[in-house]
Design a binder for this molecule. Structure first.
Ligand code: SF4
Length: 407
């Protein structure tokens, strides 16, 4: 069986290398080649023994989902639609800003949870993405963005071999990555794909792979309470929660998952998540993180001392000053930041975007209560890459592919 190396975290890769009869240090070399250098061709991994390269060529691949489309918005936001097989497609979005570049990654093709305001939820659920498909989004973005920055924007398409671009590996390896932050906020509920998402997170954090700090990797959940606890134990990263309503009655309506995990239980899980956040005076390692390595070599505890709550503003539904006041009371005991998101309408949506005046008033009420509140700029509207629009057109595009294949 051929193994896709993008799906193996450090421990799994070490086991694979051992199975090939190789010494443990080879797995670290391989990790660096695949993720740091973005190299997919074993023949180019020049410091590996020829015998190992030959074994790898027979038993392994470095393979990413083919790119169906590659769009760039007028504001620089870039969106890739990726073919994950079986008529399914997922989206990955890169958002460049002055001092960082954030990649929004999908974890499932579709979503089971059916939130009323979400284009992905309206699409239904197809399947969980594999670890390789999740990490592959970051691998691909780093390569394509490095190529773009070098004036080689070619747009990888199905069957293209990314490693074939002259000197690209060297440029990626020398730090030309522009993805500085990853958010699991694309299609899907990442915690419902826990077993594939956690190895992907470990690779994102691994110094031999992408080396992102825990503060720069954010997992956004609709509030799967037992799995928030499990994440805290197994691989804590920055936590964001899609809240969108200040009381159970409204949240039950907007987000059906609230009927299973109501606000009281969700906020208790958020408080538990923060319990081991680093405090002033903690002994810190070089990365500012207290040193208490777990069995995987990772140090537990939340990397930030607050939870980000996302709140999409729906005109006349959840955007009044009264709702803002309720929200303040709700979050009284949870160190919070609030990210207000203007709703992005999509075909068939039952909601309207709140007027700017309502957004401003809502934000002012929260800020005046001392809650740090930001309003997300809408980015990538012209390519349907804005929040809540992911996969809004996937089905049509997928059907087009099926038609193309049938032709
Ligand atoms: S908002 Fe998130 S959890 Fe809800 S349907 Fe959309 S992708 Fe799923």
């Amino acid at each position: 069986m051929t193994v896709n190396l993008l799906g193996l975290d450090a421990n799994a890769l070490a086991a694979f290398v051992a199975e090939l009869g190789e010494k443990p240090f080879r797995s670290k070399q391989l990790l660096r080649w695949v993720h740091r250098a973005g190299e997919s061709r074993f023949a180019e991994m020049t410091d590996l023994a020829r015998s190992l390269r030959e074994k790898l060529a027979k038993s392994a691949v470095v393979s990413v989902p083919p790119v169906i489309s590659d769009s760039v918005s007028g504001d620089g936001t870039r969106k890739w639609l990726l073919d994950v097989g079986g008529g399914n497609a997922v989206e990955t979005v890169f958002i460049p800003e002055t001092n960082r570049g954030t990649l929004c990654v999908s974890s499932q093709a579709g979503c089971t949870l059916g939130c009323e305001f979400c284009a992905t939820g309206k699409q239904g659920f197809n399947r969980n993405l594999t670890t390789a498909e999740i990490v592959g989004q970051l691998w691909l973005a780093n390569r394509l963005l490095a190529a773009a920055s070098a004036g080689e924007r070619t747009g990888l398409s199905e069957g293209a071999a990314p490693g074939e671009r002259t000197g690209l590996s060297e440029r990626v390896a020398s730090g030309e990555r522009v993805v500085s932050n990853v958010v699991l906020m694309g299609m899907g509920e990442p915690l419902l794909n826990f077993d594939n998402v956690v190895p992907a997170l470990r690779l994102m954090l691994d110094d031999n792979a992408y080396g992102l700090s825990r503060r720069r990797v954010t997992l956004s959940t609709s509030g799967i309470v037992p799995l928030i606890d499990r994440l805290r134990e197994e691989c804590p990263v920055a936590l964001a929660v899609s809240l969108h309503a200040p009381n159970d009655a409204l949240r039950d309506r907007l987000m059906p998952i609230n009927r299973k995990y109501p606000l009281r239980d969700l906020l208790a899980a958020c408080r538990r998540y923060l319990e081991r956040a680093p405090r002033d005076g903690d002994a810190a390692g070089e990365d500012g993180w207290p040193s208490m390595p777990d069995k995987h070599g990772y140090r537990p505890g939340a990397p930030r001392d607050f939870v980000t709550f996302e709140y999409v503003l729906l005109s006349g539904v959840n955007d009044s000053e009264h709702h803002a006041t309720e929200l303040i009371a709700l979050l009284e005991d949870v160190p919070s930041k609030i990210n207000l998101i203007p709703f992005n309408p999509f075909p068939g949506a039952d909601f309207q975007r709140s007027p700017p005046e309502a957004v401003r008033r809502f934000s002012e009420v929260l800020n005046s209560a001392g809650i740090v509140t930001t309003t997300r700029k809408t980015r990538g509207d012209d390519i349907d890459a804005a929040c809540g629009q992911l996969a809004g057109q996937v089905q049509d595009r997928t059907r087009r592919i099926i038609r193309m294949e049938a032709a």
